[in-house]
Write a protein that binds this ligand. Structure first.
Ligand SMILES: *Cc1c(COP(=O)(O)O)cnc(C)c1O
Length: 367
């Protein structure tokens, strides 16, 4: 029996091979590899797709967060509230600008940050909130915008899971002060290596992000601020340009797979994600909960179903990050859900037969 992988990018690349070859040829024949026409064109096309004024490519999604924090003026002594139950970049980027992360709890079964927990995390030194549209599901942005305005904070949207997700008629990433994207190969829109982007409607923020990511140079040999090197490469931009037109159709397929799971899985056995409106989520992951995860993983392994865990521990429980503040009332949701969550196979090229086999195998688990 063939194993159904949790994720497999090779299926997408087999189909896209001619377009990717063409993109590679285009860059090689110009032999211009950094900040050229492909990056410019991708920034324009992705910005237009999202409906945002500025899009600035950068080295990866973690750098996108760091560049946004820098442009917002976040620095040593400042606190930034971040979700605990997500990828480690959220803490890294804050610490790399000299500030301190404060970890907030999640909404049960929704996995996005709990606005009430954010409220409890606020102190005199809080300067920003980073929200993750976790697993492709838009977070409760309106409540976060209210908190931002009441406390004069900056709201950064981490859209690494959510390219193309929509919140109240707007693409996520275009609602807060900044949207940060990763194009790591496993993301809903991925390149063939590392890549990222920051989007914003603010002219000044955009100019600073661009400046800092390119050695502080507004023009060649002019260094206006102490910058760094974090740029999207021409080749990656060219690959992304051949994939972007397919993003909506891929997200639609992810939604259909999620719908099969939603109606097919036995709800007396598994807790399914609480999805606001499935038409607006883009299902980077489909995460269920079980009280018997170890045995279930063994059963799925025997049945040839690949799974993963996103993420095995909240960031505040990892050794480099244990000394930072958390919600003063604790992180009861994140710390209890970490041992029950399980990510099912989810990528657009899964066949209907494979999805049915995943459902069947899960429903046949007898503990
Ligand atoms: C993947 C990811 C990032 C950053 O990704 P890079 O690997 O640095 O491109 C940031 N936040 C979340 C939630 C992610 O999953």
């Amino acid at each position: 029996m063939n194993t159904i992988p949790h994720f497999d990018i090779s299926r997408q690349h087999q189909k896209l091979r001619p377009a990717l070859d063409e993109a590679y040829d285009r860059v090689l024949s110009k032999s211009w590899f950094v900040l050229g026409e492909e990056v410019k064109a991708f920034e324009k096309e992705f910005g237009e797709y999202l409906g945002v004024k500025h899009c600035i490519g950068c080295g990866n999604g973690t750098d996108a967060l760091e560049l946004a924090l820098k442009a917002a003026g976040i620095k040593a002594g400042d606190e930034v509230i971040v979700p605990a139950n997500t990828w480690v970049s959220l803490a890294e980027s804050v610490i790399n600008v000299g500030a301190s992360p404060v970890f907030a709890d999640a909404l049960p079964g929704e996995y996005t940050i709990d606005p009430a927990s954010v409220q409890r995390c606020i102190s005199k030194t809080t300067r920003a909130i980073i929200v993750v549209h976790q697993y492709g599901q838009p977070a409760h942005v309106n409540e976060l915008l209210e908190i931002r305005d009441a406390h004069k904070l900056v709201l950064i949207e981490d859209c690494a899971h959510a390219h193309g997700a929509v919140y109240q008629e707007k693409n996520v990433g275009t609602i807060g002060d900044f949207g940060c994207f990763s194009f790591y190969p496993t993301k809903n829109l991925g390149c063939l290596g590392d890549g990222g982007a920051v989007v914003t409607n603010d002219d000044e923020y955009a100019a600073t992000v661009r400046l800092v990511g390119n050695h502080g140079q507004p023009a060649r040999d002019v260094h206006k601020v102490a910058g760094r090197n974090s740029r999207l490469h021409e080749l990656q931009a060219a690959f992304l340009r051949s994939k972007l037109p397919l993003l909506d159709q891929w997200n639609t397929r992810r939604r259909s797979i999620a719908t099969y799971y939603m109606y097919g899985l036995d709800r007396s056995m598994y807790r399914l994600p609480q999805v606001g409106d499935p038409d607006y989520a883009v299902f980077h992951q489909y995460v269920i909960q079980t009280d018997d995860r170890e045995n279930l993983i063994r059963h799925l392994d025997r049945g040839g179903v690949g799974v993963a865990i996103h993420y095995p521990a909240p960031i505040n429980e990892l050794s480099p990050y244990r000394s930072f503040r958390t919600d003063p009332e604790g992180l009861s949701v994140c710390s209890s859900e970490k041992s029950s969550i399980l990510s099912l196979p989810m990528f657009p090229e899964l066949t209907d037969d494979e999805v049915q086999r995943v459902i069947h195998t899960l429903n046949n688990f007898r503990g």
